[in-house]
Design a protein around this ligand. Structure first.
Ligand code: NAD
Length: 423
């Protein structure tokens, strides 16, 4: 089977972008079409219906997916997304990126992703619990601590992970903390996991600033998204001395030339539930945030926000991808042409999966590390990955994304080659 790869700028979604990135790596590495097809094709996909008994007695049915893209290097690993926009192709793209990400930061996992097409804001906690438990029981044959380990993503959190862990454990008859990561601490979660993705994003952003000869204390940033990733990224950048000029969420964006008081903004969001209405800055349009005069732009919300239509108006010299797939293939080309340094998602936001790995190791051993140990190990892993990608990119005259993808693909293929093809 030949893999259909979109070769020009007419990309239509994250799966096209993910496939185009893989196609580039395959060509650069000199691999043949057979290897390309093997690495482009998810190993397993399961689509399930998830019936929900509503609180009012009615019934609704949602569609859920779990895609295991590859497990040559270990069990599949990847988040679970609850969003009205989830579809199978998006889940496939996110699963493929997880494969390269895990290989790039050298955690012994393959890549997976899951999702349910549901807007979680429209359902009660009790309904979300029933949806989660039913979805878990539907995908039970695929998941497990040595098979596939879900974690939080957009629209899910540690509470979701607790429900999955409990449903799985009840069904197998004993408690299995290693079946998910991003759990509450009381159930075997890891210290430092909740902020790990953000810690990694901000750490890599500071390394990128240093690489471009900029001191943090003289730099500015804008962060799109104020959820699990964006919120602490803004906080860590501000704590490092960076003036975070703008932040947004789905309700709006706020701007302050001299830098927002991120702690005050966090309190405002804790009270009101959203960024809009924060009195410590002026309201701006969410789109405008992407084009602000800042040193670092951190898209940390959705995929496909930097496109051919706005990439030439991005004024930041560095884009650090907190979200997965925020830059389309066409935008990537424009940014590169304009010498904007793009730190790709599979490197920039890998802190989450690194500490998920630490959580899994701790849960499997029932032995817990201190937060300082976790943070220190994370920092070292992110720094060495950054340096390795930078060196590879310099040596091979590639962008950081091309270099990171090539490194991930190379490691996955190496594992596959050594294992051999069964039968
Ligand atoms: P989340 O649901 O906690 O937060 C998403 C945030 O984006 C919210 O603040 C939401 O209001 C905001 N948002 C939505 N639409 C927006 C828009 N149009 N403009 C501005 N803001 C908007 O999700 P998250 O876990 O923070 O994930 C965000 C991204 O980071 C996703 O791409 C996810 O795949 C990726 N990611 C998450 C993790 C993790 O550990 N949670 C790890 C790696 C990558």
């Amino acid at each position: 089977m030949a893999v259909e790869v979109v070769a020009d700028s007419a990309t239509t979604g994250p799966l096209d972008d993910a496939r185009a990135q893989l196609a580039f790596a395959i060509e650069h590495l000199g691999y043949g079409e057979g290897i390309h097809t093997l690495l482009a094709t998810p190993r397993r996909e399961l689509t399930v219906s998830v019936p929900l008994r509503r609180d009012d007695g009615g019934t609704e049915v949602f569609i859920g997916h779990r895609v295991q893209h590859n497990f040559s290097r270990g069990p599949a690993k990847g988040g679970l997304r609850y969003s009205a926009f989830v579809d199978l192709d998006e889940v496939r793209a996110l699963a493929m990126w997880m494969t390269w990400k895990c290989a790039l930061v050298d955690v012994p996992y393959g890549g997976a992703k899951g999702g349910i097409t549901i807007d979680p804001t429209r359902y009660s906690d009790a309904e979300l619990e029933r949806v989660t438990r039913r979805y878990t029981s539907e995908i039970m044959p695929l998941i497990g601590p040595t098979q596939d380990i879900p974690a939080p993503d957009v629209g899910t959190d540690e509470r979701t992970m607790a429900w999955i862990m409990d449903t799985y454990s009840v069904n197998v008859g004993h408690t299995v903390p290693g079946v998910v990561t991003g759990k509450p601490l009381a159930l075997g979660g890891s210290l430092g996991r909740a902020s790990a993705t953000s810690r990694g994003v901000s750490h890599v952003a500071l390394l990128a600033l240093e690489h471009r000869g900029r001191a943090a204390s003289r730099s500015t940033a804008a962060v799109q998204g104020f959820g699990k990733v964006g919120r602490d990224t803004a906080r860590f950048l501000a704590e490092a001395g960076v003036r975070v000029r703008a932040v947004s969420d789905v309700t709006g964006a706020v701007f302050r030339e001299d830098g927002l008081d991120i702690r005050a903004l966090m309190r405002h969001v804790d009270t009101t539930g959203h960024v809009a209405g924060f009195s410590g800055g002026e309201a701006i349009d969410g789109e405008e945030l992407l084009e602000l005069d800042v040193d670092v732009l951190v898209p940390a919300a959705l995929e496909g926000v930097l496109t051919e239509a706005n990439a030439d108006r991005v004024r930041a010299g560095i884009v650090v991808e907190g979200a997965n797939g925020p830059t389309t293939k066409a935008a990537d080309a424009v940014l590169r042409e304009r010498d904007v340094l793009v730190v790709p998602d599979i490197l920039a936001n890998a802190g989450g999966v690194v500490v998920s790995y630490f959580e899994w190791v701790q849960a499997n051993q029932a032995y817990w590390w201190t937060e300082a140990e976790v943070d220190d190990k994370l920092r070292r892993r992110m720094t060495s990955s950054w340096r390795a990608v930078l060196e590879y990119a310099d040596r091979a005259h590639l962008s950081l994304r091309e270099a990171a993808t090539c490194m991930g693909v190379e490691r996955v293929w190496e594992a596959h080659r050594l294992r051999g093809l069964y039968p």
